[in-house]
Design a binder for this molecule. Structure first.
Ligand SMILES: [Zn+2]
Ligand SMILES: [Zn+2]
Length: 360
């Protein structure tokens, strides 16, 4: 049975993110197999819970791992936690640490939003951007997603399914786009006063910086978000690839600019000042993608984008209705980056967004 702790002396525990990082670091010292998977699972549980990280990690941990979780969770400071990891890992440094830097745990997101300026809270946004439907790799139909956005209080939303060219997703071709437009028109005809859906498309930035959708087809959708999903090549500077992409006519947004993925890859290497300067000059907005494993841009690069003069789009990258709340991560990153409210496209009224999109 768990011992009751006296309310006057709350036990000091490491923050969820620090506990998770300790478990991820220890996972790196295990060869591929059950032990590594168990450590990762416990780490993700602590990282993704809105409540106590210790309890979530224990609930997810295999029996052999529980004493280790208890030992880590008992560390009263991050220093003692780091020392415990060093001991357990026999002094080897964590090699993949860089792939986990500048990410927020779910508990940290809640803390940042609670302490941040109310005008940057997701509840104060008018538009929900960048979500997917069963027309590409999403789990819910367009109407279901639109209804979920409406229920969350948004006046408009931007659907951005993948283009057909993307190999990892069954995307939309010209005909699919046309059919989707028909459904959006029907939705807007019936519900547009409450919640207007804007058709976008997430297109692929190819290795040479060209896009996988021809200009004629791009012109048919209201908003084009360009993004990299493959060929990250960490040894190559990707500035020219991104410059070419954002300088292409009829591109509105640079989506998840780095393409980083928590614990797996740091994403593209580029001279970001130049990329963001080009975005600002062309009027291309830069996305803060709140999908928890992406968190792309992070707050340091988001700050750089703001300093360069870029507009910012907060995105959930939702693939199901419950993912729409990932805009909380995006808003928390915007708060940490001190993005001014008037630079955020999501605060616009639907007609203002239409003007913004039409200008590009
Ligand atoms: Zn994407
Ligand atoms: Zn997406």
């Amino acid at each position: 049975m768990e011992r009751r702790e006296p309310p006057t002396e709350p036990r000091r525990r490491p923050p969820n993110g620090a506990l998770a990082e300790a478990l991820f670091a220890l996972a790196e010292h295990e060869p591929p197999g059950d032990r590594r998977v168990a450590l990762l699972k416990a780490g993700y549980a602590a990282f993704d819970t809105p409540d106590g990280g210790r309890r979530a990690a224990l609930a997810a941990a295999a029996p052999w791992l529980r004493p280790m979780v208890e030992q880590l969770a008992a560390c009263p400071s991050e220093d003692s936690l780091a020392a415990a990891v060093q001991r357990l890992a026999a002094g080897e440094p964590a090699r993949r640490r860089a792939t986990r830097e500048r990410y927020l745990s779910r508990a940290e997101v809640a803390g940042v939003l609670a302490a941040g300026p109310p005008e940057l809270h997701p509840d104060r946004m008018r538009g929900a951007a960048h979500w997917h439907t069963t027309d590409s790799d999403g789990k819910a139909a367009l109407e279901t997603m639109a209804r979920a956005c409406l229920r969350r209080g948004f006046a408009w939303s931007l659907v951005t399914d993948h283009s057909r060219g993307l190999e990892v997703a069954s995307g939309l071709d010209a005909e699919g786009l046309r059919l989707q437009r028909g459904r959006i028109d029907r939705w807007n005809h019936a519900h547009g006063d409450e919640h207007a859906v804007v058709q976008g498309l997430e297109v692929e930035i190819l290795e040479d910086g060209t896009l996988d959708v021809p200009r004629g087809e791009r012109l048919e959708v209201a908003c084009v978000a360009a993004a990299v999903h493959r060929l990250f090549d960490p040894d190559r500077d990707q500035t020219d690839r991104l410059l070419r992409a954002v300088s292409t006519p009829q591109v509105h947004v640079l989506a998840h600019p780095r393409g980083r993925h928590f614990h797996y890859r740091s994403g593209l290497r580029a001279r970001w000042e130049r990329v963001f300067a080009a975005c600002a000059e062309r009027g291309v907005a830069v996305e803060i993608n709140g999908f928890p494993r992406r968190q792309d841009l992070d707050w340091e690069l988001a700050r750089l984008a703001v300093d360069a003069g870029c507009d910012i789009l907060l995105a959930s990258d939702a693939h199901a209705p419950r993912h729409l709340e990932f805009d909380h991560y995006a808003a928390a990153i915007a708060i940490k980056a001190e993005v001014p409210r008037d630079r955020i496209l999501n605060v616009m009224h639907a007609d203002e967004l239409e003007v913004w999109l039409g200008d590009r």
